[in-house]
Design a protein around this ligand. Structure first.
Ligand code: IDP
Ligand code: MG
Length: 141
């Protein structure tokens, strides 16, 4: 059971002005923010990040969307962080997301679903490493 996960406040949520409200959900859910930055992914970065989905029919739509505007990438810490963050964000499809989850409250559609969350400890480590250097993670807060 790992204590770190990786999150993205996706371009739809940033564009719709939900960054602050989602940041508040992160803190209210008990996560410590080890690092955060606002960035605009290149298409190549989005393709690299989502490489696991490259055979899926929505890969082009997903990577175009993720590189379409500013997003916020975050490294989060909490006990059992991966499962805890997935519970906080809700199901991939916002129509299936539980009441009170971030996707239920802020997602635009199945593709533009406001936030990302890692699906395993192994991927959390890889994803944090994709966007942050070791020295950018502030663990002695
Ligand atoms: P997850 O983000 O809940 O882990 P994944 O299945 O890993 O869901 O899919 C990655 C992302 O791809 C989703 O968050 C969503 O933005 C997008 N996506 C997933 N399924 C579809 C689809 O059927 N159409 C368009 N976009 C999709
Ligand atoms: Mg996933």
């Amino acid at each position: 059971m790992g204590n770190k996960t990786f999150a993205i406040i996706k371009p739809d949520a940033v564009k719709n002005g939900h960054t602050g409200k989602i940041y508040d959900r992160v803190l209210t859910a008990g996560f410590k923010i080890l690092s955060a930055k606002l960035m605009k992914m290149t298409l190549a970065q989005a393709e690299g990040f989502y490489a696991v989905h490259k055979e899926r029919p929505f890969f082009g739509e997903l990577t175009t969307f993720m590189s379409s505007g500013a997003c916020m990438v975050l490294a989060l810490e909490k006990e059992n962080a991966v499962a805890g963050w997935r519970k906080t964000i809700g199901a991939t499809n916002p129509e299936e997301a539980d009441e009170g989850t971030i996707r239920k409250d802020f997602a635009t559609s199945l593709g533009e679903n406001a936030v990302h969350g890692s699906d395993s400890d192994e991927n959390a480590e890889k994803e944090i490493g994709f966007f942050f250097t070791e020295s950018e993670l502030i663990s002695n807060q």
